[in-house]
Design a binder for this molecule. Structure first.
Ligand SMILES: [Zn+2]
Ligand SMILES: [Zn+2]
Length: 141
């Protein structure tokens, strides 16, 4: 029998762990308030946004016997703070707002769907840019 001890790397912000260093993950981790967004490239914007949005969080009650309490935020309140409707930034804001013990819901937001739409749009933009470059190259010659 062979026993091997391996190093496991843990993200300082979320639950992710891996046998490989998570340096790149940590930079973009949606639980890192100082993240650089891997989708839209935004950085340095979250601390101010999170502070602003604290006041927009609404307390909601279920009319259960237990009267379970939860919190919600409007997607429009989040979007008003962002320059781009970036799904990763929206997800990050919801997760960071939830981090201090509150469970925040944003019912209008579906991350998987929003991500798919974002990449569809941005891949098309990328293709157009590529074609443009190609075109100008031809003129130069
Ligand atoms: Zn992480
Ligand atoms: Zn982003």
């Amino acid at each position: 029998m062979t026993i091997k001890t391996k190093k496991v790397y843990y993200c300082d912000f979320c639950n992710k762990h891996s046998l490989r260093p998570l340096i790149e993950h940590e930079k973009r981790c949606t639980m890192n308030i100082n993240r650089i967004c891997g989708m839209c490239g935004a950085f340095n914007q979250l601390p101010i946004i999170i502070e602003k949005l604290q006041s927009k969080i609404k307390i909601k009650h279920y009319d259960d016997a237990k009267e379970f309490e939860y919190y919600a935020i409007d997607l429009n309140d989040i979007l008003a703070e962002l320059e781009e409707d970036c799904p990763a930034c929206i997800l990050s804001i919801i997760r960071l707002l939830s981090a201090n013990g509150k469970l925040i819901e944003c019912q209008e937001f579906n991350y998987e769907k929003a991500k798919e739409e974002w990449w569809k749009l941005h891949n098309e933009e990328q293709d157009e840019n590529y074609e443009m470059e190609f075109y100008y190259h031809d003129i130069d010659r």
